[in-house]
Design a binder for this molecule. Structure first.
Ligand code: A3P
Length: 286
């Protein structure tokens, strides 16, 4: 890897130690029965992780609640010694997640032909959610004003890099690999249908009442008060929920409360340019 390829994750000071040990991440050994959940940050990672975890536990809420979400579904790229050990002792089959852009995913995931779920969310809502997250999750540098942050987001100068490259990169990969490509907006609109899509992809059949239980348990209202899913277990120095709760609004179209008319025009033109030539589409107007 060229060092500059890692710039996208250098942005977060806390991640620098594992960037320096990149070889450890690169050599991550996936198992064929691993399920990878991949997202650009703020696209609903925690939501889809909770859904899949509930499915893996056949709708047993207590089992799901036994640990915090970042332990139940750890980030693969943070495979610093602690997490590496955690992944090694995790019950099988493992659920792992990542925010890595497609070109940085350790090759063993492709070699093992692991099933993967990619969840995308429209860029404008992601930018708004990310702005709040930068403020509350103290590992991030100061995002500046909303206008400044939006500029950085559009330029891909935020943690994990360009949203445009991320969604397009994973979109291309689904042609050749077992990737279920999902959208946050679809999940908001018809969560039951989307849960059923996941079940089908995983080759799982659950009773209607179990599906309904999963639906209820993973609703925004339930997840917001669930301490094992809402990140309130994180120490205050890492996440300050009084600045902005992790479970903030959980809606589609909140961008309309933040984008000025001028910002929206500039964004739309830039979006068109960035997405030129791609068949990727997502819903911006809700
Ligand atoms: P908002 O900041 O727009 O509210 P991630 O888990 O990738 O960091 O994404 C966090 C975003 O997903 C936040 O968006 C959060 O509120 C939203 N979210 C989390 N759980 C959700 C749920 N069950 N339903 C809808 N949105 C959810």
């Amino acid at each position: 890897l060229e060092t500059n390829e890692l710039d996208v994750i250098h942005e977060i000071p806390l991640y620098r130690p594992f960037v320096e040990k990149w070889a450890q991440v690169e050599s991550f050994q996936a198992r064929p029965d691993d399920l990878l959940i991949s997202t650009y940050p703020k696209s609903g990672t925690t939501w889809i992780s909770e859904i899949v975890d509930m499915i893996y536990n056949d709708g047993d809420e207590e089992k799901c609640k036994r640990d915090a979400i970042f332990n139940r579904v750890p980030f693969m790229e943070m495979s610093c010694p602690g997490l590496r050990k955690q992944l090694a002792v995790m019950p099988l089959p493992r659920l792992v997640k990542t925010h890595l852009p497609v070109q940085l995913l350790p090759v063993s995931f492709w070699e093992q032909d692991c099933k993967m779920i990619y969840l995308a969310r429209n860029a404008k809502d992601v930018a708004v959610s990310y702005y709040h997250f930068y403020q509350m999750a103290k590992i991030h540098p100061d995002p500046g004003t909303w206008d400044e942050f939006l500029g950085k987001f559009m330029a891909g100068k935020v943690a994990y890099g360009s949203w445009y490259d991320h969604v397009k990169g994973w979109w291309e990969k689904k042609k050749a690999y077992r990737i279920l490509y999902m959208f946050y907006e679809d999940m908001k609109k018809d969560p039951k249908r989307e849960i059923e899509k996941v079940l089908q992809f995983l080759g799982k059949d659950l009773k209607e009442e179990v599906v309904n239980k999963i639906l209820h348990h993973t609703s925004f209202q339930e997840m917001k008060k669930n301490r094992t899913a809402n990140y309130e277990m994180m120490p205050a120095w890492a996440m300050d929920h009084s600045v902005s709760p992790f479970m903030r609004k959980g809606m589609s179209g909140d961008w309309k409360n933040y984008f000025t008319v001028a910002q929206n025009e500039i964004f739309d033109a830039h979006y068109k340019e960035q997405m030129k030539g791609s068949t990727f589409r997502c819903q911006m107007e809700i």
